[in-house]
Design a protein around this ligand. Sequence first.
Ligand code: PMP
Length: 313
Amino acid sequence: MKSMSSNPKERIKLVTINGDLMPLKEAKVSITAPGLSYAALVFEGIRAYWNQDHKQLYVFRLEDHLNRFINSMKLLKFIDYPNVLSIKSDILTNIQANDYKEDIYIRLQGYIDDWGEMAVRTPVSTSIVSYPRPRAVAFSEGKNFTISSWQRLDDNASPPRIKASANYLNSRLASIQAKESGYDGGIMLGPNGKVSEGPGGCIFLVRNGNIITPSITSGILESITRDSILKITKKLKLKVQTREVDRTELYIADEIFYCGTGQEIMPILSVDKMLAGDGKPGKFTKILQNEFTEIVRGNNSNFENWTTATYQK
Ligand code: PMP
């Protein structure tokens, strides 16, 4: 038997372009495509979780990701793109073709293909790449953040609500700056000086038993994990506030965590070397992590409409 590669790329059997399955090395994009030359590209990062007892792979909030994907294409004025049902079917077919029986990550892209100037709106191509991705070590260990000197994008310039690759220039600058300064990540402030979000995830903090997150109009991506956490806190009858957050609130918070499809719910242990609580993953963070883990693996019937089973029984 061939040994399993630790490089997830080598474990990909097939990727999908415009509904067609093919090996990764055959999946090409033209150097003249506006998706490349003008970053006319939107995407989604989606996770699917393996449940060994159910022998099932559950895609987390697939339709919500697809609705956001369609909204991103709408806002970038793409035309003639496939609908939710056909992309959903392509994603499930892609996973089945790779026959994954472990946690995976799915990268869906929609981009202007072929050739054309900056403002062309068609043709739209889609691509799907799925690969094994276990939970990050930082889920239990946490990370140390700083406040970035890069300002978060603004809705009137380059709307963060659009999950466009072009917006990740801002994230990339903040991320590299934080790492070069010896931190794991950077939290960006908006043009109004209030806390916005990190390069690839949203921010929550806990103060005096209140779970707080910047509001949806604070220059953030409309995160599906953030929305899940808000709905879970409601179900658990925890106290929650969505509002403007000051930078100094992070320095005196009892707990802070980062959230997103990649990070799931990840403790932030300190910001600018100021410890959150005692600098260890906090009580509410752990409660939410445990609840989230059960939900995404299809073990909580209250939230079973959030999980899409990949394999037919
Ligand atoms: N903000 C940004 C800038 C992101 O890139 C992500 C990751 N997609 C998130 C927030 C979290 O969004 P979601 O929970 O939908 O993955």
